[in-house]
Design a protein around this ligand. Structure first.
Ligand code: DGJ
Length: 726
């Protein structure tokens, strides 16, 4: 890993693991993108700037038609409105005069020994960081561009700090985190789309002239579109071709854009959604954008995913937890929903004794007046009518069985029917005098307000301080409507979406980080807030409310595009499945759940002895595989989106062991066999596949493959353990 600057050619080379990112300062002082891909030589790449087509181009401000680089045409590292660059700008300001002009030119640069954190927002740790200071040619408005590279992940992290060094206020109308331009337009664009219970389905569309834009206007990253986009060179596949993925470490309204311009090139940009956004930058103030992580692969989508996984495991997810063995939970939600009492919970615990399940998570309904989802949120006080003996009785019982205890909260919410709302209706987001929109019969706390955050921090931390709680599930079951805070001045109301998420991160700091001995799991009505911002605090997130094994093959496949397996919480639940009514075998449910942080979510009091034995064996198997799930490299082999199979290998970093999960959707009387070529092994090592009794070289297993004899039933699966033979 190294960041170098060639004084002669004015080129920056950022060399990370198996990648180079390069850009230069043009003769006119602009930053022009040169390369983002495999490692390249430190050559003079200025020729690369050769323009494609031009169309009604003007000179740079103040330029003459005879000056060098007269036409304002290059692949931008940051782009701004007001010149003849009509491609998507990454910045738009408005000065006190009302003009929206700026012209950001190179001023200086520095290479930092340590990566600075972003004030109030999560970002990646470590790496080597370059800061390029840009300044407006005609004022003291500036932009500092941050770039960080790593020697253990093929990514570059980028962000911008905008600085108002002028003597009058400035409005930021658009303040994206990054931009880069690429020659040509021969790309496909992948995004991860979805909705509740079917999150993160890959969707690939061809680039076209105009803008491909994906966004969220929900003040959260959302299940609708994940803050991720990938550019795939034409013909790139799971295993081949150049892919550049971009993921925002951000949990509020965002936008990511890819533009095929009339100049014949492609511009990629994005960050905070500028829809319903204006930030007031006072004199001397600065504004920090969220971080964008750009992953580079020459091994197709698989290489991109492994780059993101390495980056997030080594530099984003809490260090203390990321590689630590995970709790194996029994969660009571699908077992009881709101209908439980102390005796029922004790029975659920007793029924898993000896199975290896080690944590009870008491889900929604333990607090305030909460027998359904219509009331009680915000009143974080145990409901002793429902839980005789309070939390203490069930916590003590769980601990007495050698198990840990977890508790559900939804700290960002408030029910209209709650003591806290009756006392402080103004705590809820919305404009007095206008009826608010209900969602799941609840409102949202106005987290832009410090007093509201203080109330939440105090009441949640009180429960954690007064009880011996080992684990928290932090849920978030609706999105912002009625975006308005009674405390914000009118000109600051369009800062709401960003201020809201700064409030969320403040809660995470003061509750999650302030309780380092508690294990925190993220959740949002399933996986509707599965993003890097949340993963910076929570080592795992509930992947989806859809717990059906067949559905989960797709949801977990899509999620693995960006996020590591260890980040995906995955439970074995009851059949017929509560979301799909489908019946799959217990073995299949476990095989799929084992491709994430495994747990259970069903009424264990209904277990037969045989069930209990089966769970015990499953937990033992999971423990054996856990090292691979936490640290291994994922190789997606068969996609459940375009085949009747789901096949995935997870290989240890030293390639000495692997697990292979095979799954077939529907039984076929005349095609019981399917050839699977393993992936990610060392071609020269010899491996043994347990259960198939095959011993062969990695090169054989990856090219000739193996033939799986699928069982004669729908939704059949198996997990094979692959070990190096020395
Ligand atoms: C949505 C979550 O995804 C579920 O697992 C459960 O915790 C419910 N909320 C509780 O209301």
């Amino acid at each position: 890993m190294a960041i170098t600057f060639n004084e002669q050619t004015k080129t920056f080379y950022l060399d990370g693991k198996d990648m180079t990112y390069a850009f230069r300062i043009t003769e006119s002082g602009y930053l022009a993108h040169l390369w983002c891909g495999c490692p390249i030589g430190h050559d003079d790449l200025s020729y690369h700037n050769a323009r494609g087509r031009i169309s009604f181009c003007a000179t740079a401000p103040g330029g003459t038609v005879t000056s060098a680089n007269a036409y304002y045409v290059f692949h931008p590292e940051i782009s701004f409105f007001g010149t003849s660059d009509y491609r998507e700008p990454s910045v738009q300001i408005q000065t006190a005069d009302g003009d929206r002009l700026c012209d950001l030119l190179y001023n200086s640069h520095e290479i930092l020994p340590a990566k600075p954190a972003i004030n109030g927002m999560p970002s990646m740790r470590g790496g080597e960081t370059l800061v390029v200071h840009l300044k407006d040619a005609y004022s003291d408005f500036g932009a500092d561009l941050y770039y960080t590279v790593y020697d253990d992940a093929s990514v570059v992290a980028r962000r911008v700090v905008f600085v108002n060094g002028t003597d009058r206020p400035i409005k930021l109308l658009r303040a994206y985190s990054f931009a880069f331009g690429l020659p040509g337009q021969e790309y496909d664009v992948m995004s991860l789309q979805g909705s509740w219970a079917c999150e993160r389905s890959p969707e690939i569309i061809p680039m076209h002239h105009g803008v491909v834009s994906i966004d969220s206007k929900r003040c959260t990253s959302s299940a609708t579109l994940n803050p991720f986009i990938a550019l795939m060179t034409k013909g790139a596949t799971e295993t081949t071709g150049r892919v550049i993925g971009v993921n925002l470490i951000y949990s509020s309204s965002f936008v990511l854009k890819v533009e095929g311009s009339c100049l014949g090139d492609t511009v990629v940009t994005g960050g905070i959604n500028d829809f319903d956004f204006t930030w007031n930058l006072g004199v001397g103030e600065s504004f920090e954008t969220p971080e964008a992580v750009i992953a580079v692969s020459h091994e197709g989508l698989g290489g991109m995913s492994r780059a993101f996984h390495d980056a997030y495991r080594n530099h984003l997810i809490p260090k203390k937890r990321v590689f630590e063995s995970r709790p194996i939970v029994i969660n009571n939600w699908e077992a009881t929903y709101f209908k439980f009492d102390t005796e029922k919970l004790k029975a659920i615990v007793d029924a898993v004794e000896g199975t290896g399940i080690d944590t009870l998570v008491l889900d929604d309904g333990w607090f305030g007046k909460r027998d359904n989802d219509k009331s009680g949120l915000g009143d974080w006080v145990v409901n002793e009518q429902k839980l005789e003996g309070g939390l203490k009785a069930i916590i003590d019982h769980t601990h007495s069985k050698g198990m840990k205890f977890g508790l559900w909260f939804e700290p960002e919410m408030i029910s209209e029917d709650s003591d806290i709302f009756r006392a402080h209706p103004d705590y809820a987001i919305g404009k007095p005098g206008r009826p608010r929109c209900y969602s799941r019969t609840q409102y949202m706390m106005d987290l832009t307000r410090k007093d509201v955050r203080d109330y939440i921090v105090n009441s949640v931390n009180k429960v954690l301080a007064e009880n011996d709680i080992d684990y928290v599930k932090w849920d978030y079951n609706r999105n912002v409507t009625d975006a308005f805070s009674v405390e914000l001045e009118p000109e600051k109301q369009m800062e709401f979406a960003h201020r809201y998420v700064l409030g969320v991160y403040d809660l995470f700091e003061r509750i999650v980080n302030a309780n380092p001995n508690v294990f925190f799991e993220g959740c949002s009505g399933g996986g509707a807030r599965f993003d890097g911002g949340v993963l910076a605090y929570f080592p795992q997130i509930w992947t989806s409310d859809d717990t059906d094994a067949e559905e989960r093959t797709k949801i977990q496949y899509g999620t693995s595009m960006v996020y590591p397996l260890s980040a995906m919480s995955a439970h074995v639940s009851a059949v017929p499945n509560h979301q799909t009514n489908r019946i799959t075998s217990m073995a299949t449910r476990a095989d799929i759940a084992h491709l994430g942080a495994t747990g259970y979510e069903l009424d264990t009091t209904e277990f037969t002895d045989e069930d209990r034995e089966m769970v015990k064996a499953q937990v033992e198997e999971y423990k054996m595989l856990e090292e691979l799930i936490l640290k291994g490299d994922v190789y997606r082999i068969d996609s459940p989106f375009n085949s009747g199979f789901f096949t995935q290998a997870v290989v240890s970093k030293d390639k000495s062991s692997a697990m292979l999960t095979v799954y077939r959707r529907l039984s076929d009387p005349n095609a019981e066999r399917h050839r699977v070529c393993l992936a990610g092994l060392d071609k020269d090592k010899t491996y043994h596949i347990e259960g198939l009794d095959i011993t062969a070289k990695g090169s054989t297993l990856m090219n000739v493959g193996i033939v799986i004899q699928y069982g004669k039933r729908d939704f059949w699966s198996e997990t094979y353990i692959v070990t190096e033979v020395k």
